[in-house]
Design a protein around this ligand. Sequence first.
Ligand code: ATP
Length: 231
Amino acid sequence: MEPVIHIQGLNHYFGQGQLRKQILFDLHARIEAGEIVIMTGPSGSGKTTLLTLIGALRSAQEGSLRVLGQELRHATKEQLIQIRRQTGYIFQAHNLLHALTARQNVQMALDLQPHLSQQEVRERVDAMLCAVGLGKHLDYYPHELSGGQKQRVAIARALVGHPKIVLADEPTAALDKKSGRDVVEIMRTLAREQGCTILIVTHDNRILDVADRIIHMEDGHLSETTLGISA
Ligand SMILES: Nc1ncnc2c1ncn2[C@@H]1O[C@H](COP(=O)(O)OP(=O)(O)OP(=O)(O)O)[C@@H](O)[C@H]1O
């Protein structure tokens, strides 16, 4: 079976002409359906660049990057949008809209799914917010929520559309130990229930054990570490 994410000989460059600089070097990786993979590595090593390439948020330049069976190099705009529709993104800055309640922020993620009735949307949003422990905070605005609660809204928003892939960039960076732990446990539980594949970039050693596998980026080179602990 084809892996959900299949990277072969991927290179990436920033800048033009004399300023052109190679950031990613001959990357190879396979991530299978349902796997939870953590990517570690020093600041500036290229982790976010790779995450945004996989998420179809920037164009693959050289080599092969197949996501959900679609080659992203030379992919059309429509093909990239199809990949984005099947991907949930969770970033360090939770990017919630301040003028909207928790419920409305999560609901936005379903606006792209016209086949759902208003009633179904409401039920799915509320169930997802309950699943992340925010059943009593449905109508709270972001400024009324703690950092951990805001991050949980962001997780609910990323997962409510039942994405096939979740990409998370430092999801626990702004959180204390307990909230960080809670957030990754929720991601893991929901991912297991929905069967989705998760790739988390983190510097947070406290959450490494949620991973099935750990990969390491160093100066644009990717390696498998021996720290992999089965969850
Ligand atoms: N848009 C850009 N234009 C030029 N260079 C960039 C751009 N984005 C990132 N870079 C450079 O690419 C390299 C990799 O950056 P990237 O953000 O992928 O690293 P990272 O491993 O995610 O770092 P961090 O852990 O600090 O987030 C860095 O040297 C960075 O300065």
